[in-house]
Design a protein around this ligand. Sequence first.
Ligand SMILES: *[C@@H]1O[C@H](CO)[C@@H](O)[C@H](O)[C@H]1NC(C)=O
Ligand SMILES: *[C@@H]1O[C@H](CO)[C@@H](O)[C@H](O)[C@H]1NC(C)=O
Length: 161
Amino acid sequence: MHSFGYRANALLTFAVTILAFMCAIASLSDNLNSPSPSAEIQILNVNWFQKQPHGNDEVSLTLNITADLQSLFTWNTKQLFIFVAAEYETPKNSMNQVSLWDAIIPAKEHAQFWIQTSNKYRFVDQGHNLRGKEFNLTLHWHVMPKTGKMFADKLSCPATD
Ligand SMILES: *[C@@H]1O[C@H](CO)[C@@H](O)[C@H](O)[C@H]1NC(C)=O
Ligand SMILES: *[C@@H]1O[C@H](CO)[C@@H](O)[C@H](O)[C@H]1NC(C)=O
């Protein structure tokens, strides 16, 4: 005869097994979804440009960010973390990445949007390389699933100041 504790434990083990199985299906079916997000980032205005006293360049931009990230949402998606980064090359670094703006998208209904905004984070170069610089504005996203692994990707939009 099994004690209550033993049966409760067996039941719990069973429940955990079921749960683990469902999670595996969730992340598997997630992989079958091939998303087709789109984004466009325009620079509407260069608000100001300054050389800081110690020599670093800083620029303030107004951006028009348009995106449709709805296809990144599946029933297993908890939320998206997105950020816009300016990426450019300098003699010192082959890849400089400065985050300008970010947001959390909590639901599919909010995944198609456009926003006009100035950079939320300071766009400062480690030196004075920004004037006339070609850079890419890249929209990065991190998909946070309810279960399974997080994944990240990005879209690049060429720009120039
Ligand atoms: C910003 O983007 C939206 C959507 O693409 C567009 O309708 C709007 O005209 C843009 N604004 C400016 C000032 O270009
Ligand atoms: C911008 O992106 C394109 C395509 O990914 C790449 O070839 C180019 O080197 C990038 N430009 C800069 C300035 O990083």
